[in-house]
Write a new protein. Structure first.
Lengths: 138, 79, 138, 79
């Protein structure tokens, strides 16, 4: 299941969708909005997310095809926000279950690393004194 | 040829629109890149700029058709 | 938060307890009961869990002290079942949040690996034609 | 000395009880181990058997007191 949503992500729903009777390990990564940008030494007011939705879904599906080729994934589900989020709110949930636990960690980490590298989703950080599209400039 | 280009993130701000019509002299992705650089030099300052054709990342050699769905992908920052 | 419970584990409660405003990554491991024992080629009917509860809590706390010394853990919570569980039911939930995602994966995997190695909790596998304390014998 | 030993998992089945009173000749963990082997030889077939004293894994040299909380820890299998 791939979901892009402007509502709050329902973590329980994503976890349920990734459960499988022959899986022993289910790894879940939850990305949340930090309240502080350490490098800039600034308080984060909000993150505004935006996606090229049909391509984002297609790219996530490609990542999952790669992951399924590498690990024996029993079930999985991914939800990513396209909303305006406050600190502590959830930006992404990735849940993946495998027969044994080690593979669930490896696959989940692979998926979030790939998602961050290639899925057309963007966020703008809103500070008290300005805003900036993350990673846009050197 | 005339093409419509979808924009996202900082590219929408640089190009002042979510969908921008461009007139390009050739018909390749490289030709589109050249025209983008000329018209929107700020795009060259980005960490990267990929061009998606029909929802796939494309190479510069790729030829464009007027019916293609073309999108600019500035540095992604999901997660 | 360390919990041993003979009720169903409340996954949402454990995740909430591990959230933190300055964390960007929250990793959750959920161990579920497999319906089949591949090596024995047998259907699993049930798992009966048992713990030496005060020592189990103390050992989990030691594991967490080790983890906190190694990674910048912002918040965490662990729940382990001491019930009789059916296939697909949840035996353990570990949730740990860190500023950056890589550490959340590493810490969570360390915790489950250590938990399985040294925390005094036992499970008996109930098959259709017999039962066996897991790992007891060579 | 006489000590009470808590048992768990397969050790409870081998020793037919959740808490078993043992009479041992010395006063160390090693002495307890010797008596356990003699009285319950099936314990020797386990992959491992640790002895916890006051909720900590103990070494064989450790001396026991009658007031100690002593527990047998057969191979753990949590998770």
């Amino acid at each position: 299941m791939i979901e892009l949503t402007d509502k709050f992500i329902d973590v329980s729903k994503i976890i349920e969708a990734a459960k499988h009777p022959s899986a022993g390990g289910l790894n879940v990564f939850i990305g949340t909005v930090r309240d502080f940008h350490a490098k800039k030494n600034k308080r984060v007011v909000r993150l505004d997310y935006e996606a090229y939705e049909p391509m984002a879904v297609a790219e996530i599906q490609k990542i999952m095809n790669d992951a399924i080729a590498r690990w024996d994934i029993k079930a999985w589900a991914i939800s990513h926000s396209v909303a305006k989020l406050l600190p502590s709110e959830i930006a992404v949930v990735i849940a993946v279950s495998t027969a044994h636990r080690k593979a669930s960690f490896e696959a989940c980490q692979f998926i979030i690393d790939q998602l961050k590298a290639r899925v057309p989703i963007w966020k703008k950080e809103i500070f008290e004194d300005g805003e900036e599209w993350v990673s846009a400039h050197p | 040829m005339q093409i419509k280009v979808k924009t996202f993130g900082i590219a929408s701000e640089i190009m002042s629109g979510k969908e921008v019509v461009m007139e390009i002299s050739g018909n390749s992705v490289a030709d589109l890149r050249r025209e983008l650089s000329r018209k929107y030099p700020s795009l060259d300052k980005l960490n990267s700029l990929f061009i998606a054709v029909n929802r796939n990342y494309s190479e510069d050699e790729m030829e464009l058709k007027e019916t293609d769905e073309i999108a600019l992908i500035p540095p992604v920052s999901g997660g």
